[in-house]
Ligand binder design. Structure first.
Ligand code: FES
Length: 159
């Protein structure tokens, strides 16, 4: 089913409009003149995804060099901060940063600790450093095709 959701001029570039269509809350986004629609329900735990902040995209081909595209294509869920690509609904994350930090545990006799402290040895069990790099996350937000019919935006929902 197709639904007219807005006049195209209502949603400025970088902006959004949240509408209710057939009982579903949907966010319609304008990315530099292209329109995309996502369900306003985060696939993680149901947060109001389309009310989250929009970020640009940073790309880096090598250490020390990066390119920032301020097109605000990444949508950050307001509940737990998972990030979704507005164009595809795909989530992205840095899995190493999402892990609980792990510490080594060992039993040491009290006299050994006292001796180590006197000798100036480093503390036991340094935490692991998080690894850089983003990978596809486990979640994909529901997306819907948006077409422009003259002055109006039309969202198509599955029957
Ligand atoms: S509900 Fe969206 S990140 Fe958890």
């Amino acid at each position: 089913m197709k639904y007219v959701v807005a006049e195209a001029s209502e949603i400025e570039s970088g902006g959004r409009k949240i509408v209710t269509v057939a009982g579903r809350s949907i966010g319609v986004f304008n990315l530099d003149g292209e329109f995309f629609a996502l369900r306003n329900r985060c696939p993680h735990q149901g947060g109001k995804l389309c009310e989250g902040k929009l970020w640009g995209v940073i790309r880096s081909e090598q250490p020390g060099a990066y390119e920032y595209r301020p097109s605000r294509e990444i949508l950050c869920c307001p509940w737990h901060g998972w990030e979704f690509h507005v164009r595809t609904g795909q989530s992205w994350c840095a899995p190493e940063r999402l892990r609980v930090r792990r510490y080594e545990v060992e039993t040491v006799a009290g006299e050994e600790l006292a001796g180590a402290a006197e000798a100036g040895s480093p503390p036991i069990g340094d935490p692991e450093a998080p690894a850089p790099g983003m990978v596809k996350g486990p979640y994909t937000a529901e997306t819907y095709p948006v077409t422009r019919d003259g002055e109006y935006l039309v969202v198509e929902l599955p029957g």
